[in-house]
Design a protein. Structure first.
Lengths: 279, 326, 287
């Protein structure tokens, strides 16, 4: 089916669909943007309207300074958690996916079972807190990083495994004959070839971990450990009468994924639809 | 001397035995071709020599040293893969030098050796390209370059020409033979193509179902095949082979006659048959005859043959060219 | 003969396995034990099936269970149907197709909490944009999030708004995998557009359907943050689901009860997803 020119019908359907999508999917974002610019008084009206006065800078600085610069701390914590967890997820996921694909054996059934469990089973939160406490990792960023690794591993392994299946084994064997040790085969031959899927995973997992609310809520209580999503949630009750600031906060939380989406649209789509066609 | 010796080598995958006891000596400097139908175990045998597979039983000696349990990189071998297995993320130069850099050789030494190998294969202008930007023949050369630079005692080739088109394949056959002559190294070459075996080998090893069927020079195998299998495998078109009642009538269990060793005549001969199909190849003509007492009989005659489908022709075996197997 | 070590050593799996086993499997296994105790994280007193009995006796806990099922089925069904329709629309070569795909998908990437707060404002019974718009056409809009009979469905709608883009994306990939030859063959056989959809698209896009239904069911059953960001299970317990009940019990210090809720959620997912997966795979069409 070639589509070089649009028929009249396609053009009309397009216009109607665009209008509908604009109303349904874009309005809430415009609403966030407008609310974030308004004065406290105007925002309290909840209207979908052009701001009478623009208060971008004052609202921004006020949100950032709120509660002794809590938002900055939150951004730092969220960034640390995201970078740490994604790094480990890439490394561990690639290593497991590699062994899983390259070395078929009885152990693989066990690994597969683990992956399936990881994808399906909801984490047992309170016992996890109990384990974290035993390891002195409860309420620590390190603990949060490891939790995100444990929860994100299954997806990474599956994605890497199916990608590694497309890398011919001959390459490993050529490297063996060239004298490469197991770690050298992995680091010098396999890892560089995994770049496309690694970019996809970095993008997809970063967004997921950055946006995660539930897990920090359980495993990372305490003022000094706040993450971006927790701050936003807490501001909700604090800014009960300052909706302009609350929405400025939402705007700030929405911008990072928007930037990532603009630059990595293709990789995100690849990651989100991985395995969808195969079932 | 850099020969390869295999002693009662066996290999099983689970319950399936794919190599059923192989004894073989490849002399230093020899170009030895393993040939056989797919599934005969020739590739597995090569991979066992390379050390990529481990033998279930038996010994492998390379250059007078037992290497049965040695790492592939410690065996003094190099291998050229069917898919070439060039590292896609490295340039030609890095591909060829990969093994040397793993061995932590000094940079200038790597450079000198890579350049020498590249010069031998006329790869000069391609050194900074990635494999993706190379043609099939160029990739093939890089793969060979990667083998040469290791300065191995034994080269192993796993069907290296099967991904090339016919013209390039013919050219590479000549280049490989030249290379062998220049380097004087031992080469073991796996193929399913009997033409490659006949044109390149000093010594052919015919494998069938995990066993050696026969070892010999190309002409020994052509003139004196030890078994019907070898007789049928070497030569094109295939030798006419008859078994059962037909063969018993001719005084053996299997009777064979090559198509090129049949004389055709419109008037008289041993067997009369009806022409079912004719292939004009230009230099010679292949004729398929339906002979009532034998079945199908294929004959090849030089030049053009004036015959039509449905004609009756007589075919006679040339004296001394018949094979009788018991 | 001495076995040479494999070039694919198992220690590659070790770091991942250590993290996964300690922080995922151990707690999961331990949850079966702790769910049968009265527990304060330091001492656990075995009380048998009491926690479970309570879960199926207390009306608000039972409601949480029922709500979980309703919520999961509603979101999953709407996401699969609307996702497919949107995907068909967005692969038919309409104007600004690429832009529309992005617009539909972007909410998937946005913070759930942000979306929740935004919709709280949009769904405000008197000042909210939605009801304001409805009043223009003469409809008196309901209290979306504070009407006990409606709250759960309003949250499900927000979830649909945020999540339908993923379903659409998966369906678009599924549709792209269908060879245009089938449509051409169907057209030559005289199939109308509608017939093409039912006879060609729907059966051949099945793998995507399976993925969408499975993913959105699991997601729906585990759903927590969107509910917590909008209604916190309220008003009363009218929009509570298992995950929010678990959190509430955890906050109240009933760790054994919370863990029992976790086990029930786990079993619920297993009972629904495993037979479904089995059923889907048994009806696999060989293509």
């Amino acid at each position: 089916m070639t589509r070089n020119s649009l028929s009249v019908r396609q053009r009309n359907t397009g216009l109607i669909a665009t209008a509908a999508a604009a109303v349904i999917f874009i309005t809430p974002f415009l609403y966030i943007f407008f609310m974030a610019m308004k004065t406290k008084k105007e925002a309290a009206l909840f209207l979908f309207s052009w701001p009478r006065e623009w208060h971008f800078w004052s609202n921004l600085t006020e949100v950032i300074m709120a509660r002794n610069y809590m938002l900055l701390l939150a951004y730092m914590n969220s960034t640390l958690i995201t970078v740490g967890a994604v790094t480990l997820l890439i490394l561990f996921g690639a290593m497991v996916g590699y062994i899983l694909q390259r070395r078929p054996s009885g152990w693989n059934r066990l690994i597969y079972a683990g992956v399936l469990v990881g994808l399906m089973v909801p984490p047992a939160v309170v016992p996890t807190i109990w384990v974290l406490q035993g390891l002195h990792l409860f309420k620590t960023l390190q603990g949060m990083v490891l939790i995100q690794v444990a929860y994100g591993l299954a997806f990474s392994v599956l994605l890497y495994r199916s990608f590694i299946a497309t890398i011919p084994r001959d390459l490993d064997e050529a490297a063996i004959i060239d004298g490469a040790k197991p770690l050298q085969i992995f680091v010098k031959v396999i890892l560089p070839l995994l770049r496309p899927v690694t970019v996809t995973l970095i993008v997809v997992q970063s967004i997921a971990i950055f946006n995660d609310f539930t897990n920090p809520l359980y495993y990372l209580p305490g003022k000094e450990n706040v993450t971006v999503q927790l701050t936003l949630f807490n501001f909700q009750s604090q800014f009960q009468s300052q909706f302009n600031l609350l929405f400025m906060n939402i705007l700030l939380v929405t911008i990072p994924p928007l930037i990532v989406f603009v630059f990595f649209n293709r990789q995100i789509v690849a990651g989100m639809t991985a395995g969808a066609v195969k079932g | 001397m850099a020969g390869v010796v295999l002693k009662s080598l066996k290999k099983s995958f689970g319950a399936v035995e794919v190599i059923k006891g192989i004894d073989l000596e490849v002399k230093a400097g020899e170009f030895c071709v393993f040939v056989g139908p797919s599934g005969c175990g020739k590739s597995t045998l090569l991979r066992i020599i390379a050390g990529l597979e481990q033998a279930t039983a038996g010994e492998i000696w390379i250059d007078g040293r037992e290497v049965t349990g040695a790492e592939p990189s410690d065996r003094g071998i190099a291998m050229v893969f069917q898919s070439y297995a060039l590292y896609p993320h490295l340039t030609v130069r890095e591909n060829i030098g990969f093994g040397l850099s793993l061995a932590r050789l000094p940079k200038d030494q790597i450079r000198a050796r890579v350049d020498a190998a590249a010069a031998a294969l006329q790869l000069g202008p391609l050194m900074d390209r990635k494999p993706k930007a190379l043609s099939g023949g160029q990739r093939q050369r890089v793969a060979i370059g990667r083998a040469i630079v290791r300065d191995p005692k034994v080269f192993l080739f796993d069907e290296p020409l099967s991904n090339l088109d016919a013209a390039l394949r013919a050219q590479m056959r000549i280049e490989l033979t030249d290379l062998h002559r220049r380097l004087g190294a031992t080469m073991i070459y796996v193929t399913h193509d009997q033409i490659e075996a006949m044109t390149m080998a000093d010594k052919i090893v015919v494998l069938n179902a995990g066993r050696i069927e026969q070892v010999g020079t190309p002409m020994q195998l052509y003139n004196h095949p030890a078994t019907p299998f070898v007789a049928g495998f070497i030569g094109s078109p295939k030798m006419n082979l008859f078994t059962g009642e037909t063969a018993r009538a001719l005084g053996c269990t299997t009777y064979g006659i090559r198509p090129e060793h049949l004389a055709l005549s419109p008037t008289a001969g041993t067997w009369q048959g009806k022409v079912r199909h004719i292939e004009h190849l230009g230099a010679d003509t292949v004729i398929y005859l339906d002979v009532p007492s034998l079945g199908e009989l294929v004959a090849r005659v030089a030049g053009e043959m004036a015959a039509d489908r449905g004609d009756m022709l007589w075919a006679s075996p040339m004296p001394g060219r018949e094979f009788r197997f018991d | 003969m001495k076995q040479r070590p494999s070039p694919y050593p198992y220690w590659f799996v070790l770091p991942a396995a250590v993290v996964f086993v300690t922080l995922f499997l151990v707690p999961t296994v331990a949850s079966f034990w702790f769910s049968m105790t009265r527990w304060d994280l330091f001492t656990a007193e075995f009380i048998g099936w009491d926690n479970y009995r309570q879960f199926f006796k207390e009306p608000f806990l039972v409601q949480g269970l029922v709500n979980t099922l309703i919520y999961a089925f509603v979101t999953s069904a709407t996401k699969s149907v609307l996702g497919l329709l949107l995907a068909v629309l967005l692969t038919s070569g309409i104007l600004w197709q690429g832009f529309l795909r992005s617009v539909v998908f972007f909410p998937v990437l946005v913070s759930t909490i942000g979306v929740g707060i935004t919709f709280q404002a949009l769904m405000h019974p008197t000042k909210g944009v939605i009801n304001l718009a409805l009043s223009w056409v003469g409809i008196d809009g309901p209290s979306w999030l504070s009407d006990p009979g409606l709250a759960l469905y309003s949250v499900a709608f927000i979830d649909l708004w945020k999540g339908v883009g993923l379903a659409t994306l998966i369906y678009i990939a599924g549709l792209a995998a269908i060879s245009p030859d089938y449509y051409e063959a169907a057209r030559i056989d005289g199939a109308t557009r509608i017939q093409q959809f039912w006879r060609v698209t729907l059966p051949l896009v099945r793998p995507a359907t399976v993925t969408v239904i499975t993913l959105s069911l699991i997601g729906g059953l585990r759903s927590f943050d969107i509910i917590w960001a909008t209604t916190r299970g309220g008003p009363g317990f009218s929009s509570d689901v298992l995950a929010s009940v678990i959190y509430k019990q955890y906050q109240a210090g009933f760790y054994g009860l919370a863990t029992a809720g976790n086990v029930i959620l786990f079993l619920l997912i297993a009972i629904i997803i495993l037979p479904l997966t089995w059923w889907f795979s048994s009806r696999e069409v060989d293509l």
